[in-house]
Design a protein around this ligand. Structure first.
Ligand SMILES: NC(=O)c1ccc[n+]([C@@H]2O[C@H](COP(=O)([O-])OP(=O)(O)OC[C@H]3O[C@@H](n4cnc5c(N)ncnc54)[C@H](OP(=O)(O)O)[C@@H]3O)[C@@H](O)[C@H]2O)c1
Length: 330
């Protein structure tokens, strides 16, 4: 199979390319620079220079059987217009071109589309059919991912075959966000605990998301289906902190922080960030509070039943290894 992949230098995109190359697919990877092009060649993919918001980048899909669209702005401290161009317009081009050339599309979305408050619901209670909730106007990432899905659905109505994957928080080898940031904070020996620390966290390994993407490509039934990819092994906040502690080789003191105080603090910091950087994405600290508290409402029953997606990740070991690596390069 010939597969056109975007976001191949990213946390999720790189294991997707590795998985496709490993099984003998011919992979063309859209990249933004020479260093990225070299990396793609090392992985066994054919690089193509371009950006997702540039229509010309997509002409190469003419030769492809499928597109895996993983590129996105995730936590960039930038304006809405940039989120719109990359995440919404980029996905619109992915979807229209895939339809035009008869290629299958796998779109990497996010559980952020539901609205951040979904994370407060009971474990396993949220399915792909659950309704969307309100989005904060400054939540550029979630807004753009919700609009991006709408772009895919528009093309599906016109004949595109597409699968949408909705991962929860992702970490792994190419992590630029979660593990590096938490390692940097935990290095000071102090972390908050919000709630009991016993709830399962909404976290998934990047290789598990890649596994779902490849399975979606191979599963005819996955056409025009949405899958939450959100359960590949249990991890509580206490286990996460233990993994950070092991990886850093130091004791971490945990300070209980009542949930209302954590949310109050998150709102204040976000308000300050909006003042010091008007128009820039302030990130989602309330989302971070929910993540750190724990609780995973997202069920992966559909992905398990229809894609046979059942990865089991030893999260604590994985996190310890990644933190150790971060610490040695800090
Ligand atoms: N990380 C998470 O926790 C998470 C959770 C749920 C869903 N997702 C989704 O998973 C997908 C991949 O995210 P990730 O975590 O792998 O992000 P990432 O590590 O930040 O990688 C983003 C990728 O997108 C590329 N990219 C950004 N802007 C581009 C542009 N204008 N044109 C072409 N390529 C561009 C980047 O290329 P450069 O190397 O050139 O910057 C990089 O390859 C995204 O759709 C994201 O919404 C992520």
């Amino acid at each position: 199979m010939k597969v056109f992949v975007t976001g191949g230098t990213g946390l999720v995109g790189e294991p997707i390319i590795q998985a496709l190359v490993a099984r003998g697919d011919a992979v063309q990877a859209l990249v933004r620079g020479d260093a990225a092009a070299r990396r793609m060649r090392d992985l066994g993919a054919d690089p193509l220079l371009g950006t997702v918001e540039d229509q010309r980048s997509w002409e190469a899909v003419r030769q492809a059987d499928a597109v895996v669209h993983s590129a996105a702005l995730v936590a960039a401290r930038t304006q809405w217009q940039n989120f719109f161009q990359v995440n919404v317009e980029g996905t619109r081009l992915a979807a229209t071109t895939a339809r035009r050339f008869g290629a299958r599309l796998i779109h990497i979305s996010s559980v952020a589309v539901y609205g951040r408050q979904a994370a407060d619901e009971a474990p396993g209670s949220r399915s792909e059919a659950s309704p969307f909730g309100p989005l904060h106007e400054h939540d550029y990432y979630a807004r753009s991912k919700r609009l991006a899905e709408a772009m895919v659905r528009t093309e599906v109505a016109l004949g595109l075959e597409a699968t949408i994957l909705r991962p929860c928080v992702v970490y792994g080898e190419g992590d630029r966000l979660l593990i590096p940031r938490l390692s940097a904070v935990a290095r000071h020996g102090l972390l908050p605990r919000i709630g009991s620390g016993h709830l399962g966290m909404a976290v998934v390994h990047a290789t598990s998301v890649a596994d779902a993407a490849v399975r979606a490509l191979d599963t005819p039934r996955a056409a025009n289906r949405i899958y939450q990819v959100t359960n590949d092994g249990e991890l509580t906040n206490r286990q996460f902190v233990a993994a950070l502690s092991d990886g850093l080789g130091r004791r971490i003191r945990v300070v209980p922080l009542p949930e209302p105080a954590a949310f109050g603090l998150a709102h204040v910091v976000q308000a300050v960030l909006r003042v010091v950087g008007p128009g820039l994405y302030p990130g989602t600290l309330t989302g971070a509070v929910r993540f750190w508290r724990g609780g995973n409402p997202y069920s992966s029953d559909r992905a398990q039943a229809e894609l046979g997606w059942r990865p089991v990740v030893a999260h604590q070991e994985q996190i310890t290894t990644l933190v150790r690596r971060c610490a040695s390069t800090a």
